[in-house]
Design a protein around this ligand. Structure first.
Ligand code: RVK
Ligand code: MG
Ligand code: MG
Length: 328
C-alpha cells in the first residue's frame, strides 16, 4: 500500500499532459527533426494545424475511451466494452493509425476482438497506440507498478496482439504510476529508471536494453540524430515509449522543456509528446502546464474541460480502490 496520499493535481496532470502533448506535436507528426528545426526552430506554441491549433488526435480520444471504460467497469478491463467505446470515438479525421482503421472494419464485420487484433500486420500490431492512451491506468494504480503493468497489458491486448506493444504499454503505465508518487525535491533520474527496470518482467528484454540507453544518452540529448537512431521516434511502441521517457528524465525539472524536446525529435511527435506529457504531468501536476498551451486547447465535446472532469472521476475511483484494499 502506498504511503503518500494520491495527489489530485498530479492525477489530472497525467490526463491533460497527454492532451497537451498530443496537441503540441500533432502539426509536425511525421516530420524529421531537421525539418522541424528549419521550419519552426522550436515548437513552443500551438501552431496552426488542419483542425486548428490546439486540437487533439486519436491519442487523446482513445485515452478518453479507455478512462470511460475503466470507470464503467470499476477499474477492470472489459474487452467488449472497450471495443464499443473505441469504436464510438473513432473519427477518421483525427489521425488514427492504420491498424485502427483496419480494426474498426473487422469489428463492424463482427470479427471477435481477439481474432481481429491478431489479424493486423504479422502477429499483431506493435504500434504505440496501446501505450499512448494509458495514463488512466497509471492514475488508478499510482505507486503500484506491478498492478499498473498488469492492467496496461490487459487493455493493450484488445487492439495490440504483439507482445512488444503490450510490454511498452505496461512500461508507460508504470512510468505514470511512479511519477505520480515521486517527490520532485529528491528526484533522481537513475533511481526512477532503475525502479521501472526492476518492475519489468524478465521477458521484456528489448525494453530493458532501451532503458539502459535512456540513461546513457542523457549527456547526448542535443545530438538528435543519435538519440533518434538509438531510441527511435516512429510509431513502433518499443521505439517510442523509451524515447518519451528519455525526454522526461532529461528535462525532469520542467514540464514545458520536456514536451518541447519530445516534439523536437520529430517522427511520431504527437504520440511521443503525449506520452512524455503523461509522465511529466503526473510528476509536476496540471498547474505546470503553461497557460498559453492550456488556453489554446480545444474545448468542445471531449475537449479540455471534459477531460478535466473525466480525470477527476478516475481520481475518485483511484482513491476508492486504494481505500478498499485494492486489487492487483
Ligand atoms: C497515425 C510491421 C508494424 C507492426 C508489425 C507499424 C497515430 C505500422 C497515432 C503501423 C500514433 C504503425 C499511432 C502503427 C498509433 C505496427 N509489423 N509494422 N507487426 N505493428 N507496425 O497502425 O494505433 O498516428 O507501420 O497499429 O498502434 O498518433 O501503421 O497503430 O502515432 O506501426 O497512429 O501501428 O498507432 P498501428 P497504433
Ligand atoms: Mg495521434
Ligand atoms: Mg502519433
Amino acid at each position: 500500500m502506498m504511503a503518500t496520499p494520491l495527489d489530485r493535481d498530479r492525477c489530472i496532470g497525467a490526463f491533460l499532459g497527454t492532451f497537451v502533448g498530443d496537441a503540441l506535436g500533432m502539426p509536425v507528426e511525421g516530420w524529421t527533426w531537421s525539418r522541424i528545426r528549419r521550419q519552426y526552430g522550436e515548437v513552443r506554441h500551438m501552431v496552426p494545424a488542419r483542425l486548428g491549433a490546439g486540437t487533439y488526435t486519436d491519442d487523446t480520444l482513445l485515452m478518453i475511451a479507455l478512462a470511460e471504460s475503466l470507470l464503467a467497469s470499476e477499474g477492470r478491463v472489459d474487452p467488449e466494452d472497450l471495443v464499443r467505446r473505441f469504436r464510438k470515438v473513432y473519427d477518421p479525421r483525427r489521425g488514427f493509425g492504420a491498424g485502427m482503421h483496419r480494426l474498426v472494419r473487422l469489428w463492424d464485420e463482427g470479427v471477435p476482438w481477439e481474432e481481429a487484433a491478431r489479424r493486423l500486420f504479422d502477429g499483431g500490431s506493435y504500434g504505440n497506440g496501446a501505450a499512448m492512451r494509458v495514463a488512466p491506468v497509471g492514475v488508478l494504480f499510482a505507486g503500484r507498478l506491478a498492478a499498473a503493468y498488469k492492467l496496461a497489458v490487459a487493455q493493450a491486448r484488445v487492439t495490440h496482439a504483439h507482445p512488444l506493444a503490450q510490454q511498452a504499454a505496461g512500461l508507460q503505465a508504470m512510468a505514470v504510476a511512479l511519477a505520480l508518487v515521486t517527490p520532485v525535491s529528491t528526484f533522481d533520474p537513475e533511481d526512477f529508471v532503475a525502479e521501472l527496470e526492476a518492475a519489468l518482467p524478465a521477458s521484456a528484454e528489448t525494453l530493458r536494453r532501451a532503458l539502459m540507453l535512456v540513461l546513457e544518452l542523457r549527456t547526448y540529448w542535443e545530438d538528435r540524430e543519435r538519440v533518434v537512431h538509438k531510441l527511435g521516434n516512429g510509431a513502433a511502441a518499443h521505439r517510442s515509449v523509451p524515447t518519451a521517457l528519455f525526454a522526461f528524465i532529461t528535462f525532469w525539472r520542467s514540464f514545458e522543456e520536456a514536451l518541447v524536446y519530445a516534439v523536437s525529435l520529430g517522427g511520431d511527435t504527437d504520440t511521443i509528446a503525449a506520452m512524455t506529457g503523461a509522465i511529466a504531468g503526473a510528476f509536476h501536476g496540471v498547474r505546470a502546464i503553461p497557460t498559453r498551451w492550456w488556453d489554446a486547447l480545444e474545448n468542445g465535446p471531449r475537449g479540455r474541460d471534459d477531460v478535466v472532469r473525466l480525470a477527476e472521476r478516475v481520481y475518485a475511483l483511484a482513491q476508492q480502490l486504494q481505500a478498499t484494499g485494492a486489487r492487483g
